[in-house]
Design a protein around this ligand. Structure first.
Ligand code: FAD
Length: 600
């Protein structure tokens, strides 16, 4: 049976030593309340909930899945009670606005909590996770009345939320969307159409479900410019917030799928359902895209979460499973064989996953802090820079963390040999569950196109120049520091390659857009590697400082020494991948695009 222990120590290190969240106490609302003691209590509380309640339900959810009973979806055994415990514990409102009943704590802290819940039980965590996205959309585009009517109950977890974009003929290309929204005399809309693949679309965990639905108002512009966003609740809501009649929206079926069986993925039928416009007509995609940036960061963290959970179980196995002897001679001569953790290839797999998940956690939490700055900082220039950096790095994190999250789960399964392939060990569930993260919230290939097509050229490259500036200043500052040289030198080299790749794209993607498309994923990977390299170089600096000036008696020397080993591994064994990506990127599109379709 797999297990999970929340990596609270690493989370504390990132929040307090790397990000120094208390620096923001004076400026960002909610930060002064997040004292070290409060942060510790929240992380410990979330760890306990995740380890003791949610993790044991992960396999139950996988085995039982969700079941459609008439038009009711029944979630797996124990999910209802667990959801009640999450709501009663106030976890859904941790970072919500206080005016809507939330606790107003930092978003970055909420991200750590959501990582734990996703590691413990990703399918379960999506019921509340999707609600956060719907809350965000109502906050961005809703009227004051809509916010007052829906948000308090969504923040408290009494009601959940969904995002309804996809239709059978329309996934990536939302311009093809057909669901119709006809205006009614009372100002509402009649929503008709069918959505597929809707996560948490119907379930038995909450009293009401608030669907956010993309639809077309007849007579509006064609394509993406004619799409509007609507609130369609499962039960209509009275003006005083009470539940009214059942709305004409129902679950037609639930999908049989590869993983996340505990989350209901529904076909949702809208048969003249009553809906209410959010924001302006025909501007729905704009609101949806702002909201999706936060959701994409959430999916990036899902990738990381599956790497963490799979890794922990692989480490336990590799310490115990005895096969063969160490290449340097037996490590345990009194036993018939050495544990497989002595073998370099097993260590290659474990170290690859370890440096990915720890580096990704540092980068993701930095992004979480950036969300706090965007939402709460009083200076517009600081908010603008944070927005630029977050916009640039969101597709990078979404695609790289989820590709690597899947690879990591797969490497951890490999550590188990044949036992990893057998369901009993639980490793194949991590691989199956992780796989969806590469697809939803915009398939990873689309993230790469977003990066090079929208984020890079926006405002004449303002965001990428900012990114080069931040990482470049660090390299410049520590260029002559001999002890940091093993970290700063490779980072500076990779950064130079990224600058080179950016120039190549500027020259060649404009003359032939297929060059841009062909290069997009290599470019995204290069940026991810540089961003992670920057995190690891900062970690190395902090650890070297700590080791030369220990803080206090409880100083945890091994923690910092181990981090330095990981930083070294990243610089020596992972970051050099930028060289291959640069070569592939510069090879252009020709060999990719030449074969006619019938030659494949
Ligand atoms: C379990 C699950 C849960 C989901 N939850 C939700 C949900 O809650 N709400 C919701 O609205 N949707 C949801 N989805 C839908 C999901 O977001 C879509 O599946 C995804 O956006 C891809 O759309 P598609 O499946 O139609 O693939 P397509 O758009 O048909 O894409 C197929 C392939 O072509 C590539 N491609 C497409 N266009 C281009 C292009 N222009 N350039 C390069 N490559 C391209 C894609 O990257 C992909 O690899 C879910 C899906 C699943 C499986």
């Amino acid at each position: 049976m797999p297990s999970y222990t929340a990596p609270v120590r690493d989370m504390q290190f990132i929040l307090h030593e790397l990000l120094k969240i208390d620096r923001h106490n004076e400026v960002l609302a909610g930060f002064s309340e997040a004292t070290p003691d409060t942060v510790a209590a929240i992380l410990e509380g979330a760890a306990q909930l995740s380890q003791e309640l949610l993790q044991p339900l992960n396999r139950v959810g996988d085995r039982e899945g969700c079941r459609l009973d008439n038009d009711r979806v029944v979630t797996p055994t124990g999910f209802k009670e667990a959801y009640r415990a999450v709501v009663d514990g106030g976890w859904t409102g941790l970072t919500g606005h206080q005016e809507h009943g939330g606790q107003g704590l930092p978003y970055v802290l909420g991200l750590a909590v959501s990582e734990m819940m996703a590691s413990a039980n990703m399918a379960f965590s999506m019921y509340a996770g999707l609600t956060s996205g719907a809350i965000e959309a109502i906050e961005i585009g809703g009227t004051e009345e809509q916010k007052a009517l829906y948000l308090p109950k969504m923040v408290s977890g009494q009601w959940t939320g969904t995002m309804n974009l996809t239709e059978a003929h329309c996934g990536t290309d939302l311009g093809l969307l057909r669901t119709k929204a006809e205006p009614q005399a009372d100002g509402s809309y009649r929503i008709t159409g069918s959505k597929i693949f809707i996560s948490s679309g119907e379930h038995d965990l909450a009293e009401n479900i608030i669907h956010l639905v993309l639809a077309r108002i007849p007579g509006g512009p064609d394509g993406v410019k004619g799409i509007s966003l609507f609130i369609v609740s499962k039960f209509l809501v009275d003006p005083d917030g009470g539940l009214g009649e059942r709305n004409a929206v129902s679950c037609g079926s639930i999908e049989e799928k590869m993983g996340i069986h505990g989350n209901s993925t529904c076909v949702m039928n809208y048969d003249g359902a009553t809906g209410y416009l959010i924001g302006e007509a025909h501007q729905g995609l704009k609101t949806m895209f702002i909201m999706m940036n936060a959701a994409r960061l959430g999916v990036a963290v899902q990738g990381l979460s599956q790497a963490e959970a799979a890794y922990q179980n692989a480490v336990v196995y590799c310490r115990e499973r005895a096969q063969g002897r160490s290449l340097r001679g037996p490590k345990f001569p009194d036993r018939p064989a050495d544990p497989i953790i002595v073998h370099p290839d097993i260590r290659r797999m474990l170290m690859t996953v370890k440096v990915f998940k720890e580096g990704a956690r540092a980068l993701a939490y930095w992004a979480g802090l950036t969300v706090d700055i965007i939402r709460k900082h009083p200076e517009s220039e600081t908010r603008r820079k944070a927005e630029d950096l977050l916009g640039l790095l969101t597709p990078v994190m979404k695609a790289y963390f989820t590709d690597m999250g899947f690879n990591a789960a797969n490497l951890c399964l490999q550590c188990f040999g044949g036992h990893g392939y057998i369901a009993e060990w639980g490793m194949e569930q991590f691989v199956r569950d992780a796989r969806i993260t590469q697809i939803y919230e915009g398939a990873n290939g689309i993230q790469a196109l977003d990066l090079i097509g929208r984020k890079l050229p926006a405002h004449k490259g303002r965001a990428i120049q900012l990114f080069f500036g931040v990482a470049g200043e660090f390299c410049e500052k520590y260029r002559d520091n001999a002890s940091l040289s093993p970290f700063v030198k490779p980072l500076a080299g990779a950064l130079e390659q990224l600058v080179d790749a950016t120039r190549w794209l500027m020259r060649h993607a404009i003359s032939d857009p297929d060059n841009g498309g062909a290069a997009s994923m290599d470019y995204l990977y290069m940026m991810a590697l540089v961003a992670l390299g920057y995190q690891w170089a900062q970690v190395a600096r902090i650890c070297q400082n700590q080791l030369s000036n220990p803080d206090d008696d409880s100083f945890d020397r091994r923690f910092y020494q181990n981090k330095l080993v990981c930083a070294t591994f990243f610089m020596e064994k992972v970051l050099p991948e930028t060289t291959a990506h640069l070569a592939k990127l510069k090879a252009g599109a020709d060999s990719l695009m030449t074969l006619p379709a019938d030659a494949f």
